[in-house]
Design a protein. Structure first.
Length: 145
């Protein structure tokens, strides 16, 4: 459980306050699990050898199996992530091909029609420009006299 928690903290890199809250939640959870194990294993009797066993087991695990377990869990997480990404790409590919088949002719037509559109727009705005320029010329002509 602690290694999963370490991986979680390594992946998400929470801020200091979030880390303290996560630590609190983690240790409360571990306390509940340890209490549950003690209740069912020796009827809730808390003895010195229980704490000694927990401490020795945690120390042995940390120094011998922890690095291997973390590598294995990271490999599993990466494998699941890559599987999900590959599945998404496989699902996305037919959709992107269909979209390309639809947008391809549209883009081709757009390239052909775009110059015509701008020429038509310029021709359409010609009367407005003529009136504007004529007004300016008349204004300049009458101001000079």
């Amino acid at each position: 459980m602690y290694d999963l928690y370490r991986i979680f903290r390594g992946l998400f890199k929470p801020k200091k306050i979030a880390t303290m809250l996560q630590d609190l939640v983690f240790w409360v959870f571990i306390f509940i699990v340890a209490f549950y194990v003690l209740v069912f294993s020796n009827e809730g009797a808390i003895r010195y050898y229980n704490f000694l066993g927990f401490t020795m087991g945690a120390g042995f695990y940390h120094f011998s199996l922890s690095a291997l377990a973390i590598k294995g869990m990271l490999f599993l997480i990466r494998s699941i992530k890559n599987f999900i990404l590959d599945t998404f790409k496989i699902i996305k590919y037919p959709l992107s091909v269909t979209l390309c088949l639809i947008t391809g002719p549209y883009n081709c037509c757009k390239k052909q029609i775009k110059p015509l559109y701008y020429k038509a727009r310029r021709i359409g705005s010609l009367p407005k420009n003529i009136v504007r320029d004529t007004g300016k010329a008349i204004g300049i002509y009458f101001k000079k006299k």
